[in-house]
Ligand binder design. Structure first.
Ligand SMILES: NC(=O)c1ccc[n+]([C@@H]2O[C@H](COP(=O)([O-])OP(=O)(O)OC[C@H]3O[C@@H](n4cnc5c(N)ncnc54)[C@H](O)[C@@H]3O)[C@@H](O)[C@H]2O)c1
Length: 422
């Protein structure tokens, strides 16, 4: 029997200008008495996390700030956050203030302060033990300051596992935050480079979940086999389409004029919508390819990110092979790829090969917002293709969501054609 069921999950959501001013009240409603605010040094420097912590006291919630999150976290940086939280606890709630790096680190802290075992026990197999938490976690309130990952809605926590030189994660429904507080006013201080990379993450969430293998393909699952990412479905489609339309209107403007509040609000809404979509449908080839691009970086230092360490930020890594990935997936669902392109670039009519329309729209946008010109521009060459392909193939959970079977040769073609895009 083929599958006839899809699932949908989401956190409680509070959205809008000033929403973060009500956090003390919200935490008190959740029964919190002693909360840990988790953030990274860049976000801490804006003063937002301390302001949020101070405001909690008015509602009788004692709060402390941990500002040691690593941007693009590793298992070691998450462990350091867990150790700090253990040493300064007990806590009965966590508040993540920041981008995906802070929210994911807070998910790991919450997991390990409420459940037994080590971080790697819970990381997806085969990288980790694939263990499932058995006890409920403490309430986690996620307050995104980037317009990007959607981590405030998802059941996932992503990290670099240093010993294995691979990005992986923990995926379990208990990791979904209790409450997402999305306050567009917190996103205005994002620098242009962060707005561009994080925004490409939003765009790819919407595009990948919209073009994901439909939930109704494949054999019927048993209840215990159901996973949060169930393939494209009518509910995630609606969120993805709305996210694409918002991005069409505001993405370039938010990068170029970060003080444009309308553009920031629309980007925050787009990130929220795309998070609610992909958090249930799933993502596929561009995200699978992003893991080795980020994990195997040698010497790339993006503008507007912490200096010192080489990195390809997540959203940038996702974007670099997206045009060619969507050229590859086009035959599986031509009408969806064309509809997505027309939502992103409304007046444009497909010219020439229809499979090239969405890639062309993406490349135009990426050039306009300063995303590097392909995988070659972040330091890789043709000699790296085999290692990049091997890294993508480790992300079978994501590749299984692609609308077409994708093998090593397909991935090698996508990476090779993505060396230069413009
Ligand atoms: N859990 C999920 O579902 C999920 C989904 C996608 C990505 N991720 C992960 O999220 C991480 C990326 O997160 P991100 O793109 O949101 O960025 P981020 O958290 O890595 O932050 C990027 C940079 O922007 C700065 N910054 C953030 N907000 C700011 C603000 N308002 N003002 C000034 N500076 C600000 C930070 O200090 C940092 O230097 C990656 O580790 C990625 O793997 C997780």
């Amino acid at each position: 029997m083929t599958e006839s069921i899809f699932t949908y999950g989401a956190p409680a959501l509070k959205f809008g200008d000033g929403a973060s001013d009500e956090l003390g009240f919200d935490l008190a409603q959740l029964g919190a008495r002693r909360a840990l605010v988790i953030t990274d040094p860049g976000v801490a420097a804006t003063g937002l996390p301390q302001r949020i912590a101070d405001q909690m006291a008015r509602y009788g919630v004692e709060a402390a700030v941990f500002d040691g999150v690593r941007v693009e976290p590793t298992d070691a940086s998450m462990q350091a956050a867990v150790d700090w939280a253990r040493a300064h606890g007990p806590w009965d709630a966590f508040v993540a203030v920041g981008g995906g790096s802070s929210i994911d680190t807070a998910k790991a802290v919450d997991l390990l302060l409420t459940n037994p075992g080590e971080l790697l026990d819970y990381v997806n197999a085969p990288v980790g033990g694939g263990r499932a938490p058995t006890s409920p976690l403490h309430p986690l309130v996620a307050v995104p300051t980037t317009t990007g990952t959607g981590s405030e809605s998802t059941t996932v926590c992503v990290m670099d596992v240093l010993a294995q030189r691979v990005k992986s994660g923990i995926s379990h429904v208990r990791l979904r935050p209790t409450l997402a507080v999305v306050d567009p006013l917190l996103t205005i201080s994002q620098p242009p480079g962060v707005t561009a990379a994080a925004g490409m993450d939003v765009l790819c969430h919407a595009l990948e979940s919209y073009t994901a293998r439909p939930y109704s393909t494949g054999p019927r699952k048993q209840p215990e086999q159901r996973v949060p990412y169930c393939g494209s479905n009518p509910i995630s489609d609606a969120w993805s389409e709305r996210a694409l339309a918002l991005l069409a209107g505001s993405f370039r403007q938010a990068v170029r004029h970060g003080d444009d509040l309308t553009a920031r609000r629309e980007m925050a809404l787009a990130a929220t919508f795309a998070g609610l979509g992909f958090g249930n449908a799933g993502v596929h080839v561009p995200h699978a390819n992003a893991y080795p691009i980020a994990g195997q970086v040698r010497d790339f230092h993006p503008a507007d990110y912490p200096a010192g360490e080489a990195m390809v930020p997540h959203g940038m890594a996702v974007a670099l092979t997206a045009p060619e990935a969507f050229r590859f997936t086009f035959p599986a669902a031509p009408e969806r790829h064309l509809r997505a392109a027309s939502l992103l670039a409304p007046p444009a009519e497909p010219a020439g090969d229809p499979a090239g329309h969405l890639p062309a729209v993406l490349v135009d946008l990426m050039r306009d917002i300063g995303i590097p010109d392909g995988v070659g521009a972040v330091g890789f060459g043709s000699a790296d293709v085999d290692d990049l392909v091997a890294g993508s193939l480790k992300q079978q959970r994501l590749l299984a969501t692609a609308p077409r079977e994708v093998g090593a040769d397909d991935l090698a073609g996508i990476f090779t054609r993505s060396m230069s895009l413009y």
